[in-house]
Design a protein around this ligand. Structure first.
Ligand code: C2E
Ligand code: CA
Ligand code: CA
Ligand code: CA
Length: 277
């Protein structure tokens, strides 16, 4: 048993080695990915079930690595955060998302596009100027840009993040709280954090089978209503999810059922199909 243990440990560290090597390669290549134009954006629709209408898009980043293929943001965003590259990457996301929202607006598709922020942006001192700048460059109305933050970002530096969010919302830009209900809870601060919407993490959507789980969603929805916040359910994959969520008072949804995150060609086809439904 002891020998087996030793062998397993050996395999394990070889495995670690491979992961470490991959991380180092990604870290090195990430430096030049922006200038080599290896990033692209996929857009996922947000859908209001009650009005049966499109209500916005979330912009999600992808990295087409020349050797490794498409790398998930779950893998490279943490590296970008460690190295500080998240700041130029987010600037690029904001610029592109604003340009795209403007382009849609000119075709009569007047919907906000949301971009995910990282705590590093709040620590960089000029987030508000950056947001103002990208809006001006794209000549986009502020209400057509939305920013997604997470609870851990707020809890990192409560007063500072609240102050900056206040300035961002004063511009007219919308803010939503992503992955709500997972990890650390900001529930006690919710009346102080200047946001427009809560996004219910897909863990909730995928676990509505028991009455007690549904009671939690119901309570979140009621609380959000009283705080004047919209609620968006993430990870909506099937009719059962939709039925449960509507019954619980949640009407805005995002998930594979309505549309996967799509590149710019696919999303234009999706929009065309949903406009002419
Ligand atoms: P997130 O912000 O919670 O984004 C939602 C994730 O759920 C996306 O994964 C999306 O593809 C996935 N998803 C959407 N609908 C469904 C569904 O019905 N079922 C399932 N199983 N999954 C669904 P993605 O694109 O891989 O992004 C993962 C995370 O990476 C994001 O989570 C976000 O935290 C981060 N991320 C993505 N793009 C950016 C970015 O531009 N900046 C920053 N800072 N983070 C980003
Ligand atoms: Ca998000
Ligand atoms: Ca989320
Ligand atoms: Ca998430």
């Amino acid at each position: 048993a002891k020998r087996l243990g030793k062998n397993q440990q050996c395999l394990y560290s070889e495995e670690m080695g491979i992961q470490e090597v991959r991380k180092m390669e990604l870290e090195k290549d990430l430096q030049r990915a922006l200038e080599l134009r290896e990033f692209f954006i996929v857009y996922q629709p947000k859908w209001n079930v009650r009005t049966d209408r499109l209500v916005g898009f979330e912009a999600l980043i992808r990295w087409r690595h020349p050797r490794l293929g498409v790398v998930s943001p779950l893998e490279f965003i943490p590296i970008a955060e460690e190295t500080g590259l998240i700041i130029p990457i987010t600037r690029w996301m904001l610029e592109e998302a604003c340009k795209q929202s403007k382009a849609w607006q000119e075709r009569g598709i007047i919907q906000p596009v949301s971009v995910n922020l990282s705590i590093r942006l709040f620590q960089s001192d000029n987030l508000i100027e950056l947001v103002q700048h990208v809006l001006e460059m794209a000549n986009l109305k502020p209400h057509l840009l939305e920013l997604e933050i997470t609870e851990s970002m707020v809890l990192h530096d409560v007063n500072e993040v609240i102050r900056q969010l206040g300035s961002i919302r004063a511009l007219g830009v919308k803010v939503s709280m992503d992955d709500f209900g997972t990890g650390y809870s900001s529930i006690g601060l919710l009346d102080r954090i200047p946001i427009d919407a809560l996004k219910l993490d897909r863990l909730f959507t995928n676990d509505l089978d028991t009455p007690s789980k549904r009671a939690i969603i119901n309570a979140i929805v009621l609380m959000a209503e009283n705080l004047n916040l919209d609620v968006i359910a993430e990870g909506v994959e099937n009719k059962e999810h939709i039925d449960f969520l509507t019954e619980l008072g949640c009407h805005v949804m995002q998930g594979y059922f309505y549309g996967k995150p799509m590149d710019i060609h696919e999303i234009d086809i999706w929009i065309y199909e949903h406009e002419h439904k």
